[in-house]
Design a protein around this ligand. Structure first.
Ligand SMILES: [Zn+2]
Ligand SMILES: [Zn+2]
Length: 283
């Protein structure tokens, strides 16, 4: 019982599948447990929980919160996953609502910047790819760019657009690390630093981030996740050992055409690490 997949998206944020379709895929991937961790919202949890219960699959309530770390100097975007949360807890519900309200303003600025680069109609186009308007994201812009032939696929859209120094990039302030961790803890959940191998931080900065994360009550780090290379997995397994962090595992699945790893198909966690699910409340 160790095929836990604890990082996945549905069309309640920027994933392609409905929560119940994601559950079906997790069953197919022989998951022992699945977490749904949509960006900054918890709307899909109820549907996924019902579908998982009827399929006999253990389900874990999750969320992925966008954070701006060191806004004055580095201005780095981080993702913190909350696992085993209570989505109805006021701190979580109010905190996520505040993050979502920033998305529309950001989308409008992204579209203006793309228009300056000669790409018009991006705002309407991106919203056309968003199942839930409140969750408008860069991924929806990327799908629009693919649709109009400006990029071959979503991955290459993120090479040529929407990132720092490229058309469509907008500097945006998400919430602070301390706030995201507080919302997760006050909703009974466990804060997990998502896909740390993806952040462009020097080793010393990564150390400082982990110091701060742990001092604020962060407890776990993703070791095995879709965007980690084998080397990233080794590196963060070592870091988990050295720091006494719990280890998490999740595909970060967004859709069949966009994600390399389907739920439940990643390598397992190294056996000597303490898995984050050892700390979950009883199922
Ligand atoms: Zn993420
Ligand atoms: Zn994610």
């Amino acid at each position: 019982m160790n095929n836990f997949d604890l990082h996945n998206h549905s069309n309640c944020s920027d994933g392609q599948l409905a929560p119940r379709e994601l559950v079906a895929l997790a069953v197919q991937g022989r998951c022992d447990a699945l977490a749904l961790t949509d960006h900054d919202n918890t709307d899909g949890l109820a549907e996924a929980a019902v579908a998982a219960a009827s399929a006999g699959l253990r389900f874990v309530n999750g969320v992925e919160i966008s954070v701006t770390w060191r806004p004055e100097s580095l201005h780095t975007t981080l993702h913190v996953v909350g696992l085993d949360i209570d989505p109805a807890a006021p701190a979580m519900a109010e905190g996520l609502a505040s993050v979502r309200s920033g998305r529309h303003a950001r989308a409008a600025l992204m579209a203006e910047d793309l228009a300056r680069a000669g790409i018009t109609g991006a705002l309407e186009g991106a919203y056309g790819h968003a199942e839930h308007r409140d969750m408008i994201s860069r991924t929806h812009f990327a799908r629009f760019l693919v649709e109009i032939g400006k990029a071959r696929d979503v991955g290459s859209a993120f090479h040529h657009y929407l990132v720092q120094g490229k058309p469509g990039y907008v500097r945006h302030d998400w919430t602070r690390l301390a706030e995201a961790i507080r919302w997760i803890r006050e909703s009974g959940g466990i804060p997990v630093l998502a896909h740390p191998g993806r952040y462009r931080l020097r080793p010393m900065q990564m150390d400082e981030l982990l110091d701060e994360f742990q001092a604020l009550g962060g407890e776990a780090v993703e070791v095995v996740t879709g965007s980690h290379s084998a080397e990233d997995m080794r590196r963060f397994a070592d870091i988990a050992r050295q720091r006494g962090l719990l280890a998490s595992r999740g595909a970060d699945f967004h859709g069949p055409g966009e994600s390399e790893w389907a739920p439940g198909t990643l390598p397992l966690l190294p056996a000597d690490l303490t898995p984050v699910w050892a700390r979950f409340r009883a199922a």
